[in-house]
Design a protein around this ligand. Structure first.
Ligand code: ADP
Ligand code: ZN
Length: 721
């Protein structure tokens, strides 16, 4: 190739053509540096015919400056990137940013100097030198690290270098990851488990696209089972990606992984330091990272030879990204498996309706684990009607659940109370004048956090100290907390059970992997009697001594008017119920509700998953909702309210008139103000077969907006705020 077309890392500029100077070789997917005006930019060499652009004559082309020392992005990955941009109405370059997500990695290997013994003795031996020589047998590290190891000063070691007893070695600063061993500690699978595992292993060996829905009840051993195809891929020298919904979960997972495979996997998530990302990215791109465990952003990395993806807790909504490229990692993962021809396993005890529908129609192969491992039984579930048997005044835990908590504490068993609300109280108001504390940047109440003595907005992160007096009427000591959050439930438990050891488990309290690991360790050694937690505790955790689960307010999720409210309530409650009775003792679950006859609550009580899914499927079908119809949203926002409204009106005014495509709005979004931006929404509802993306692109392409207006498209939206 002597001329190339690049997509470039600047969202404002489209593809550009360059000349390849003599002696330089590039291929499609190469990541290069090119001149742009007086500056240098990074670009990716792309197929010219896939990025139609007017051709620039050869004579006007500038030379590419340099090919960066990383492997070119593979064709299959480039097709996935195009598909993602196309499907989610995003820019290709925005998708490319998720692929090339470590700037540091692009610079290629960076070396540093380590030292090791040469075997030569220094001419003059001192006691300190003798100590060092003794301590540093078979060690190789920096002077600083060696000095620490040998408990001598840096100076002693420098002396040894000068005498030829220590020699320098240039090493890559990105150390290799420890190797995993597919056969390190293989469990003995039950017959049911073995059947499923064998099916997966065959699929890995076949090296063909094969999407599976692993539908197994909580505690059935889904992890143990999908570890088998992971092992099969390892034996075949292919890479594996395991996507998890939450970093808080990874710590427990990593330990399990290490027990099974003898070494930890490579971890990837957005909270990592730049140096860790660089090391992981390079290992992934070179094929040296064998198994990667990560959050959704791990999906777009340039794996050298991926052979399997597992999406664990595949129903979780955290796989959906709600800013930038608004993609659903679960769905894109299936596409990746298809482009690169390998199996993908979506594992869940409460699959998304969309996934079940794909299995129904034969597109996914459904494999089931219908019973818990080791003879553990599923917990018994009962509802507590809060209207008939309410808690005492000012309390939130009904008498029946209080009795059950006392009983567990006496028996030395653990309990878990679930309420999907962080903080102490969701609303604070003035007793005197009724003033409510609201966020200045968002249409949201400020949530009281009593541990940290803060009023906080859960949408933009704004925090303030609770004032002594009401900001409206000036009355002192007049603020009252309305409604419960987990902290308030924890206080109540402390009053009911003064001797109980209580832990609050939320993203506030378990905000680092270390804290999460500590929490799991404490719970496992029974140093915690009662866990009070948010959705964070609904998944993944396995505490054998936990025998009681109480759902404080099952109606909470149903109030939002969200399309998937019933499904999400079902999933959350079923998942949290699934934490009970995973060991030898049976579990018991109480669901507090004001609406015990709501179909979703009734189905939970009856343990009748099929009844729920059947009813919900019918409801979706008749509403033309996913998976039978499609939704897409257009969100218009600006810091200027009038400008946002005007732009939304302009979009509404040019709506296309297409049969079977319904366009609702524009209307103020439920979160009409978010992070200081005023928001309007339009909703598009169409048949499954409609080309919604094309419709939206054609519609918006002709429109121009002021600079401050942001228009974003959300295809298959999850959040309706
Ligand atoms: P799930 O993900 O389906 O909820 P897990 O994979 O967490 O289930 O398994 C539940 C528990 O049972 C875990 O502690 C796991 O180690 C154990 N377990 C499952 N299968 C086996 C097996 N074949 N041998 C030993 N322990 C198993
Ligand atoms: Zn806010």
């Amino acid at each position: 190739m002597n001329r190339v077309r690049l997509i470039i890392f600047n969202a404002a500029i489209g593809p550009l053509d360059y000349k390849v100077p003599d002696g330089m070789t590039v291929e499609h997917g190469s990541i290069v540096v090119a001149p742009l005006g007086p500056r240098q930019i990074i670009g990716i060499v792309w197929e010219e015919d896939r990025l139609p652009e007017e051709s620039v004559p050869d004579s006007r082309l500038r030379n590419i400056i340099e090919v960066l020392p990383v492997p070119p992005l593979k064709g299959e990955l480039r097709r996935l990137m195009e598909w993602t941009a196309d499907y989610y109405c995003a820019r290709l370059i925005s998708v490319a940013r998720m692929v090339v997500s470590s700037g540091g990695a692009l610079r290629g290997p960076i070396t540093m100097t380590e030292y090791r013994l040469t075997g030569t003795e220094p001419e003059r031996m001192t006691p300190q030198r003798a100590v060092a020589l003794d301590a540093l047998q078979n060690e190789q590290a920096t002077i600083r690290e060696l000095a620490e190891l040998a408990s001598v000063s840096d100076g002693v070691l420098r002396g040894l270098v000068n005498h030829g007893a220590l020699e320098p070695v240039e090493v890559d600063i990105d150390r290799p990851y420890p190797r995993t061993n597919a056969d390190h500690d293989q469990p003995k699978l039950s017959d049911d488990q073995k059947k499923v595992a064998d099916r997966f292993v065959d699929a890995v060996k076949a090296r063909e696209f094969a999407p599976f829905l692993l539908d197994g009840v909580t505690g059935s051993g889904k992890t143990e089972v999908y570890f088998e195809p992971v092992a099969a891929a390892l034996r075949d020298n292919r890479q594996v990606l395991v996507l998890l919904p939450e970093i808080a979960l990874t710590e427990a997972f990593l330990r399990r992984f290490e027990d099974r495979f003898g070494a930890a996997p490579v971890v990837w998530h957005s909270g990592q330091k730049a140096t860790e990302r660089r090391r992981a990215w390079r290992a992934i791109a070179s094929g040296k990272a064998q198994v990667v465990v990560g959050a959704r952003s791990a999906l777009f990395l340039p794996y050298a030879n991926l052979g399997l993806i597992v999406v664990d807790e595949a129903h979780e909504i955290s796989f959906k990204q709600d800013d930038g490229v608004r993609y659903n990692a679960r769905d894109v993962a299936v596409m990746r498996a298809r482009f690169e021809k390998f199996p993908i396993i979506l594992a869940s005890a409460t699959p998304a309706l969309e996934s079940l529908q794909m299995a129904e129609s034969g597109i996914y192969e459904r494999v089931e684990l219908p019973s818990r491992f080791g003879g553990a039984t599923l917990p018994s579930i009962a509802t507590i009607n809060l209207t008939e048997n309410p808690p005492e005044r000012g309390r939130w835990i009904a008498p029946e659940l209080v009795e059950a908590l006392k009983d567990r504490l006496e028996k030395g068993e653990q309990s878990l109370l679930f309420l999907n609300r962080r903080g102490y109280a969701p609303l604070t108001l003035c007793r005197n004048c009724g003033f409510r504390f609201q966020c200045n940047n968002c249409s949201a109440w400020l949530v009281e956090h009593r541990f940290s003595r803060r009023l906080a907005c859960h949408h933009c992160g704004h925090e303030e100290e609770p004032p002594e007096t009401c900001p409206e009427c000036g009355e002192p000591d007049c603020l009252v907390a309305c409604g419960p959050g987990v902290e308030r439930i924890a206080d109540e438990v402390a009053e009911i059970l003064p001797d109980a050891r209580i832990a609050v488990a939320t993203s506030d309290t378990l905000n680092t992997p270390e804290k999460a690991a500590d929490f799991v360790a404490q719970a496992e050694v029974k140093a915690i009697d009662v866990i009070v937690g948010t959705q964070l505790v609904t998944k993944g955790f396995h505490f054998p001594e936990l025998t009681l689960v109480g759902v404080i307010d099952a109606d909470l999720g149903l109030e939002g008017g969200d399309l998937r409210a019933a499904e999400r309530t079902y999933q959350q409650v079923a998942q949290v119920a699934g934490r009970a009775g995973r060991g030898s003792k049976p579990g018991e679950v109480f669901i507090q509700t004001r609406h015990p006859t709501e179909p979703v609550i009734a189905a939970l009580e009856a343990g009748d998953r099929d009844a729920f899914y059947t009813a919900e499927t019918e409801a979706r079908r008749s509403a033309g909702a996913p998976p039978f119809g499609r939704w897409a949203a257009i969100i218009v926002s600006s810091e200027d309210e009038a400008e946002a409204k005007e732009a939304a009106r302009a979009i509404g005014g040019t709506r296309p008139n297409i049969q079977d495509v319904m366009i609702l709005g524009p209307a103020p979004a439920p979160m009409a103000l978010l992070r200081g931006r005023y928001r309007y929404r339009l909703l598009i509802n169409a048949r499954r077969s409609a080309q919604v993306q094309d419709i939206i692109r054609n519609w918006l392409d002709g429109l121009d907006f002021p600079r401050g207006v942001r228009v974003s498209v959300d295809v298959d939206p999850y959040s309706f705020v």
